[in-house]
Write a protein that binds this ligand. Structure first.
Ligand SMILES: Cc1cc2nc3c(=O)[nH]c(=O)nc-3n(C[C@H](O)[C@H](O)[C@H](O)COP(=O)(O)OP(=O)(O)OC[C@H]3O[C@@H](n4cnc5c(N)ncnc54)[C@H](O)[C@@H]3O)c2cc1C
Length: 465
């Protein structure tokens, strides 16, 4: 992610899309000395990772009345220590990453305390110790997982391209497949293990557990998502008015090659280079009339055939309604003894999803800079509408956490991420001379993540000549 030497000649660059990828492209292009215009179709920056101010419709706990506004996000996001380029970009635009992210060693534990919790030790000792001390796992489970990790490492974290995560882990005990691999897979790839790409899963494991110091750390946002990147990037760009123009509520519907030269024409303006930083299904239409060589056509067609997975987030106030079913140590949900006690024993807990109880994770926003008592339940690859999911999560919270929920808002992002299957048709970055694609869906080692988006935007802008 190092910037190239200063360009010979400043170029006119259009960035189409103001999500995390587009803004990374814009910041790099301005930093490299180009003149950049960012077009964003919606009325807000940040795309699929943005702040969603929410007005309360009913009174909540003391201090929260109907009519008050909460800064929620369009979905609970997790970053990890291996998101090195995201962290670097955030710092570049002046974000204090330590202040806006709560860093803690990787922990995938359930309400009854079982599961994996790594100590704050250097890798790979943290993994070794975490696995050996995991609660609720037998010695056979632990030994099987360590053997599998060693095998993956010896194979250079590579597998056959057609292998799914379920294939990769088929020999692991069922308890680990259900209680560890599946939640890890849906949280990282937002695709169930039975359909998820083994190769991408291994790459995430490699970077998180073995390549980057503290790469497996969870970095949980303590501020609204806008403050992590989009708002800060926009502020940074707006402070450079001679190099950056920002156009909200401005959808690009046409893109045409100027016949006289190699420049592009869009929304009434000419540009030397376009970074197409979105996966609007209209891309093939929007690009009508440009070079139709086989390679270029493949790029457009690829993104057109992409399949998507939803993610739902249920935000709710919580209060104890009885002891949770399992024996609960002090500090466990439902056993709070004082008004200041946390609602959950940890900022993030894994849950056991079933057909009736869909949430895989719950976050205690009160421990993450938000109001006391506010929880966010996450349902990756969710099915059903918001009302149905909300009711199911209320029942799940009562049964698995001993908590009664007063739901505030349920957000279902239908096209949250592309389905990270072995055959996901991810387009190449180079679409045509002077036209690069950016976004979490563009070919790369990562699943649909903030890090994938930032890396892609940064690289796509680096191709401006
Ligand atoms: C609910 C949810 C939870 C998630 N959880 C995590 C997580 O925990 N960790 C993680 O790393 N990732 C997570 N992700 C994924 C992450 O949010 C995405 O990978 C990332 O935001 C994608 O950014 P992007 O810039 O590639 O695309 P987008 O955010 O989709 O940006 C594209 C932008 O282009 C704009 N646009 C589209 N068409 C046009 C046009 N014709 N003209 C102008 N503008 C246009 C769109 O309005 C949009 O703003 C989650 C996503 C969701 C939805």
């Amino acid at each position: 992610m190092t910037a190239p030497p200063h360009p010979v000649q400043p170029r006119r660059v259009a960035v189409v899309g103001g999500g995390w990828a587009g803004l990374a492209a814009a910041v790099r292009a301005v930093g490299d000395g180009h003149h950049v215009t960012v077009f964003e179709a919606s009325r807000h920056w940040g795309g699929r990772a943005r702040t969603l101010p929410t007005t309360l419709t009913t009174d909540g706990p003391p201090g929260h009345r109907a009519g008050d506004t909460l800064q929620l996000d369009n979905g609970q996001h997790i970053l990890i220590g291996a998101y090195t380029d995201t962290l670097r970009c955030m710092r570049l635009v002046g974000v204090d990453t330590e202040a806006v992210l709560h860093r803690l060693p990787l922990r995938l534990t359930y309400p009854d305390g079982t599961g994996l919790a790594l100590p704050a030790w250097p890798a790979p000792l943290d993994v070794l110790a975490g696995v050996l001390t995991a609660k609720g796992w037998t010695w056979h489970d632990k030994w099987s997982l360590l053997r599998a990790a060693l095998r993956w490492q010896l194979a250079g974290f590579r597998c056959n391209a057609a292998t799914t995560v379920a294939d990769l882990c088929a020999h692991l005990p069922q308890r680990l497949q259900d209680g560890f691999i599946e939640p890890l897979c849906v949280s990282a790839l937002n695709t169930p293990a039975a359909r998820a790409s083994g190769q991408v899963f291994l790459r995430v494991l490699q970077d998180a557990l073995f390549s980057t110091p503290q790469g497996s750390n969870l970095l949980l946002p303590t501020r609204p998502l806008g403050e992590l990147w989009p708002d800060a990037a926009v502020r940074w760009l707006a402070a450079r008015p001679s190099s950056a123009r920002l156009q909200l509520a401005c959808r690009v519907t046409q893109l045409a090659r100027n016949p006289a030269d190699t420049t592009w024409h869009l929304n009434g303006q000419d540009f030397d280079h376009v970074v197409w930083a979105n996966y609007d299904k209209k891309v093939p239409l929007a690009l009508d009339g440009i070079d139709k060589s086989a390679t270029h056509r493949f790029s457009y067609i690829a993104s057109k055939h992409m399949q998507f997975e939803p993610i739902a987030t249920v935000y709710a106030w919580a209060q104890a309604c009885g002891a949770p079913p399992q024996a609960a140590p002090p500090g466990t949900p439902g056993s709070s003894t004082s008004a200041s006690a946390h609602t959950l024993p940890h900022p993030m807990l894994a849950l056991a999803p079933t057909q009736a109880y869909p949430a895989q994770f719950v976050f205690d926003k009160g421990q993450l800079g938000g109001p006391h008592g506010l929880l966010a339940f996450v349902i990756s690859a969710s099915q059903g509408d918001a009302r149905h999911l909300q009711q199911a999560v209320q029942a799940q919270a009562a049964a698995q956490l001993g908590l009664q929920l007063q739901c505030i808002r349920t957000i279902v992002e239908k096209r949250a991420t592309f389905a990270c299957t072995p055959d996901a048709p991810r387009p190449a970055m180079y679409a045509a001379p002077g036209l690069t694609l950016a976004g979490d869906h563009v070919q790369g080692p990562y699943p649909a993540t903030l890090e994938g988006a930032i890396r892609s935007g940064w690289t796509a802008a680096g191709a401006v000549r």
